[in-house]
Design a protein around this ligand. Structure first.
Ligand SMILES: [Zn+2]
Ligand SMILES: [Zn+2]
Length: 876
């Protein structure tokens, strides 16, 4: 019997090759009808013999394209309309076209990788191969409607072969806007700092393209960096001095391959190569060559922060890290983020990658260029070591100690220090002139910057009962600009209460900034922008914001911002003359979790981070809030500690340690002697500042308490980057072989006796007093207990404090849902153990799942609060 079904597929089903997939399925099961993209997903009208129709639906749900995420399939029987064929229909609706924009960049799919390395394929080794299931998306789109003319592919008219694929509904490249090949598409561009070497001088390669060529002015020696500052190991590549060679363009396979061979040659020789990716440049070097790693670190002025590496396969990754099934899945996912993985104790990595840290950031190749690079690099290394007779892939540095490391390349953001990453070749040639020896760029413009996303897989519980969850450290390429639902409330008639609300822009925080652009039903949270602490980053913020507003056609009518008066985005928001909601930083943290999980009721929210502006003017960061989407009350907070010198304490954790010792009356403790000695004359200065209240704000920040503990234990007195003291404290605790839970230090919960008139304006109900934990830490340190065990007992104290405070809130208010947010919860131990303990106690626990717990989630939290306030107004 012939039957007809209306099928509605919801989820991420646009820009991921879903319609051609449905078309092919329809052909396979002899289904007639049509498929259409709509704002709310993909709609299908399917008519076929009932058995075949069942199989069609079955395969639709069980085997969708890799990059899609089907959340729901609604089926409805409808009358037959006797279609004679199956077709792909196109909507005239502009909103649909906006929705198709939503797809983030997709890593090269398995089919394209197969073709990339298939000598018989016409795209064999083509560095820009892609299809409807993969390739660039948001980074190449310039306007609406989404077709090639409105992308940075507009300069590359399709050749007949590509045009035929593009027009064929049964082809994997049907309507793939970036479809291209050697004959018609983008090509690699190569330049390097060698007047007398390189490709062009060998005469084997004709110069191609019409970009900036021989006439390009040479860059001054040492421009952008003082050459004299560089610490260059003897025998390695020295300061970048020679002018750049003219551009060589890989306009056919032969030249393209010569360029790649040259890039690999430089990498294998220990040089630094800038490589253009989907969202801008990376800086690459051989991650098994300590001299190359040191060279890159010196030139980039990145002293302590870990480098992420790229490896060819999960099998290779397993040689240096532990990889669970869930971690392997994330590594291979179309988003292809950097995944923080636990290092194997026998990994024997070279110094300079992730020293002293339990985790290494690893990614698999995400683009055809990266696939070609790591594959060719591996082949070159294998050949070299075979030639030397040292066996396969023996690493120079490992030299017989622990055997072979797999081929790996450092892939770090193409920027100096904290500036935005370089998007295009021209920027890279100037801004990275003194960082990279060679430039592997291309002539396809990157229209918006995207860093790599960084994630890890958290694990709650033990053994088979363990539950795993993704945690974002940085949300960017592969994830943004996918919208988040705001978890809207519905009115009694089922209509959205917020449909009448004006579009909103939440400008975000100062550090790890993102912004969020909201219209009814959807919040577009931007990719990670960076710390808004210099003009270049703020310009990048404005540029990205304007772009989102234009591409999603959202003109904000009101704004939300942090209440910190000195944040650049807050200052900007106040100048716009639009209605403005100021949201307290830690309320925004908790609200982000409420929004992500669609929680409408009040929760017990723990917001632990480094710095946030409190309503009493103090620096908050250890907050227990009774919060819903609209409002909050401060139930408890960590007792205030002075920060002698204010923000300078972040760079000098020993000063923070002094503040803690002063507050906890532990300055005379013998366990503090070493730290005070290290502080030297500054101790007297700190004392004077605190006694006189000079430049000494009070803080409840848990991040700062961790800094102080780290400094007292001698783990980190001079951090190279923000958060390093706490990261090293966690690393020390992670290295402890024993559980130590039974010896957890105590954090006292005491009634707060302060009033609004007191000098300390923290008028919450309870105070969490860390003094006993610090005293125990000093006792143990003085007694010579191993520092790993001390660090672990200290961290357990905070887990216990969270459980205790949650139980008190439950007892007093009957609230049994707990939300955890804030940068401190990027501490793997703390978040995993807190969730486990709270769940054991019967709490429902919510943590950030689609956004990072650090300040990257603040814009969304601001949006949740401002949207809730407006929704209430609209329905009053
Ligand atoms: Zn593909
Ligand atoms: Zn072509």
């Amino acid at each position: 019997m012939i039957e007809a079904l209306d099928i509605h597929v919801k989820g991420i089903v646009q820009g991921v090759g879903f319609r051609p997939f449905v078309y092919r399925l329809a052909k396979k099961y002899l289904v007639n009808g049509w498929v259409l993209n709509a704002v709310d997903g993909v709609h299908i009208h399917a008519e076929a013999e009932s058995g075949l129709l069942d199989e069609f639906v079955m395969e639709l749900s069980q085997n969708p394209p890799a990059a899609s995420q089907v959340r729901e399939i609604d089926l409805k029987e409808v009358p037959l309309q006797d279609f004679g064929s199956f077709e792909i229909r196109f909507s005239e609706d502009e909103q649909v076209q906006e929705t198709t924009l939503v797809s983030p960049e997709l890593a090269t799919c398995d089919d394209c990788v197969r073709e990339l390395f298939d000598p018989a394929d016409r795209r064999f080794r083509y560095p820009f191969i892609n299809c409807t299931n993969c390739g660039p998306r948001f980074t190449i789109i310039d306007g609406l409607p989404y077709d090639r003319a409105a992308t940075s592919m507009k300069d590359f008219p399709m050749c007949p072969a590509c045009a035929a694929e593009y027009a064929d509904p049964s082809d994997r490249r049907f309507h793939a806007q970036p479809d291209a090949c050697f004959a018609c598409g983008p090509a690699l561009d190569w330049r390097e700092h060698r007047a007398d070497g390189g490709l062009s001088a060998e005469g084997s390669v004709p110069r191609g393209g019409d970009g900036p060529l021989a006439g390009e002015p040479a860059l001054a020696d040492g421009e952008g960096l003082l050459a004299g500052e560089l610490v260059v190991p003897a025998g390695a590549w020295g300061p970048v001095e020679a002018p750049l060679t003219p551009v060589v363009r890989g306009e056919n396979r032969q030249i393209s391959d010569e360029i790649l061979a040259r890039a690999v040659e430089l990498l294998a020789d220990g040089a630094v190569v800038a490589v253009k990716g989907l969202g801008g440049f990376h800086l690459a070097c051989d991650a098994c060559n300590s001299q190359a790693v040191a060279l890159l670190r010196g030139r980039k002025r990145r002293e302590g922060k870990a480098f992420a590496v790229m490896m060819a396969s999960v099998d290779d990754v397993r040689k240096v890290c532990f990889v669970s099934d869930a971690e392997a899945e994330v590594l291979r996912s179309p988003a292809r983020p950097i995944v923080l993985l636990r290092k194997r104790p026998d990994a024997n990595l070279v110094p300079g990658l992730a020293d002293h840290l339990p985790e290494l950031g690893v990614m698999l190749p995400a683009t055809p260029v990266q696939h070609l690079l790591i594959c060719d690099f591996a082949a070159a290394r294998a050949k070299a070591s075979a030639g030397m007779g040292t066996g396969a892939g023996a690493c120079e540095d490992a030299g017989g100690i622990a055997g072979a490391l797999p081929p790996m390349l450092v892939m770090t953001s193409g920027n100096i220090h904290d500036e935005p990453i370089c998007k295009n070749d021209g920027d890279a040639w100037t801004q990275l002139a003194c960082v990279a020896d060679g430039f592997l760029g291309n002539n396809r413009e990157v229209l918006t910057r995207f860093d790599d996303s960084v994630v890890r897989v958290l694990r709650f519980g033990e053994g088979d009962d363990a539950v795993e969850a993704l945690q974002f450290i940085r949300r960017a390429r592969g994830y943004a600009p996918l919208p988040l639902a705001l978890g809207e409330e519905r009115a009694g008639d089922g209509s959205s209460r917020s449909a009448a609300c004006d579009p909103l822009l939440a400008v975000g925080s100062q550090q790890k900034n993102t912004f969020a652009l909201v219209r009814p039903g959807q919040a577009f949270v931007s990719q990670h922008i960076g710390d808004l602490e210099n003009a270049d980053t703020f310009d990048a913020w404005l540029e990205a914001k304007n772009r989102y507003e234009r591409l999603f056609d959202i003109a904000p009518k009101r704004l939300a911002c942090d209440s910190h008066p000195e944040y650049l985005a807050t200052k900007w928001a106040k100048e716009q003359g639009l209605p403005l909601t100021q949201v307290q930083h830690h309320h925004a943290h908790v609200a982000s979790v409420l929004g992500e999980h669609g929680i409408d009721e009040a929760v017990c929210g723990f917001a632990f981070d480094g710095t946030g502006f409190g309503v009493d003017g103090a620096i908050w960061g250890g907050e227990v809030l009774l919060a819903n989407r609209r409002d909050f009350e401060r139930f408890a907070n960590f007792a205030y500690v002075p920060m002698p010198g204010g923000a300078a304490c972040v760079k000098h954790p020993l000063r923070m340690a002094y503040g803690a010792l002063w507050a906890f009356d532990l300055l005379e403790h013998p366990g503090a002697a070493a730290a005070l000695e290290a502080l030297g004359e500054q101790a007297a200065l700190c004392d004077k500042m605190i006694e006189n209240g000079l430049n000494t704000p009070m803080t409840s920040s848990v991040g700062r308490l961790f800094d102080a503990a780290s400094a007292l234990l001698g783990l980190c007195a001079q951090p190279a980057y923000e958060g390093e003291p706490a990261i090293l404290l966690d690393a020390a605790a992670a290295a402890c072989a024993t559980d130590e839970r039974e010896r957890a230090y105590a954090i006292d919960v005491v009634k707060n006796t302060a009033t609004a008139e007191s000098t300390a304006h923290d008028t919450s109900v309870l105070l969490l007093d860390a003094a006993p934990a610090f005293r125990a830490l000093l006792d143990d340190a003085a007694a010579g207990e191993p520092v790993q065990a001390v660090a672990l007992r200290f961290q357990w104290a905070f887990v216990q404090a969270v459980s205790t405070a949650a139980q008190l809130v439950q007892g007093l208010y009957g609230i049994s849902t707990v939300a955890l947010s804030g940068g401190v919860f990027m501490n793997r131990f703390l978040v995993e153990r807190c969730v486990e303990q709270l769940q054991l106690l019967g709490f429902t626990v919510a943590i950030n799942q689609d956004l990072p717990p650090n300040d990257g989630c603040v814009s969304f939290g601001q949006a949740v609060v401002a949207w809730a306030a407006e929704t209430e107004d609209a329905t009053d």
